[in-house]
Design a binder for this molecule. Structure first.
Ligand SMILES: Nc1nc2c(ncn2[C@@H]2O[C@H](COP(=O)(O)OP(=O)(O)OP(=O)(O)O)[C@@H](O)[C@H]2O)c(=O)[nH]1
Ligand SMILES: [Mg+2]
Length: 252
């Protein structure tokens, strides 16, 4: 999947994609809160793009109803496709901003952190990552087994792809902003949940800022994390490992 160069004449600075699957209960609150954070930022022109995978709870319909009150909102209803990372890249493909971002649509990512991420991008960073593992960040009330799975996945990633995962403290983050020019014409193969790892593995990111945040508990709706997501993660790591080797041996 390719992200095209910035459309000529685009006046949009920032495009934030909200990937959704059955988030009808939270989508309105997320859009309202995110707009309330971004609106006061001087001279910022932004758009919010909901990419919904034809949710049975009709999240896409709820989002479309919001569009009248939020002109910055665009809605994409994907039919016949599923997957978080793929949905994010699809959103970026129709985005018009020079900075591209992503945030969960279930309010586990605090919207106010978007202003801090934007501030880092505005001072010239290539990538700004909201990080649970930076000093001051955290994961609220996660049970021990979830903490262990999350850290175990990160550790496994560090073993397989140390040069990629060690670039940031929280490579599993799904809340970040990146400079579009780094992705343009670069073939992305999004797999599963961890879109940031794909970008760290394939895009020439040099300057990175990490902004601490606390991952909130889910207030509404259900998690979409299944054991399949873990298998996809392993497949993703192996795929990037081969990509990296091929590049080292100059086959690409
Ligand atoms: N478009 C799209 N969005 C998805 C898909 N799977 C998950 N999402 C969205 O991606 C975001 C993160 O998914 P969650 O299931 O909340 O994952 P999580 O936050 O890691 O796990 P929980 O703490 O259990 O909620 C949410 O906004 C989901 O609605 C998918 O297949 N397609
Ligand atoms: Mg969630």
């Amino acid at each position: 999947m390719l992200v095209a160069p910035l459309p000529a004449g685009s006046a949009i600075d920032l495009s934030i994609v909200l990937p959704t699957f059955n988030e009808a209960q939270s989508i309105a609150a997320v859009v309202e809160q995110l707009s309330a954070v971004l609106d006061p930022i001087r001279d910022l022109k932004y758009e919010i793009i909901v990419v919904d995978d034809d949710s049975p709870d009709q999240t896409w319909h709820c989002a479309l109803q919001l569009a009248a009150s939020f002109p910055c909102l665009r809605v994409m209803r994907r039919q016949g496709e599923r997957g978080l990372s793929g949905a994010v890249v699809r959103g970026w493909q129709i985005a018009q901003g020079r900075i591209l971002g992503v945030m969960d649509a279930d309010l586990q990512h605090p919207p106010d952190i978007a202003a801090k991420l934007w501030a880092e991008m505005a001072r010239g960073m290539d990538l700004a990552v909201a990080s649970r593992h930076a000093s001051g960040g955290g994961v609220s009330n996660w049970k021990l087994h979830r903490r262990m799975i999350s850290r175990g996945a990160q550790f496994a990633g560090l073993l397989v792809l140390p040069e990629v995962l060690a670039k940031v403290k929280d490579p599993m983050s799904g809340y970040f902003m990146i400079r579009r020019s780094l992705l343009e014409q670069r073939e992305l193969h999004p797999v599963g949940y961890k879109i940031l790892i794909e970008l760290l593995g394939r895009a020439p990111v040099r300057s990175i800022a990490e902004v601490a945040y606390t991952f909130r508990e889910r207030a509404d709706g259900k998690s979409k994390v299944t054991s399949r997501i873990y298998l996809e993660y392993v497949y993703h790591l192996i795929r990037l490992r081969f990509h990296s080797l091929r590049r080292l041996l100059h086959f690409d």
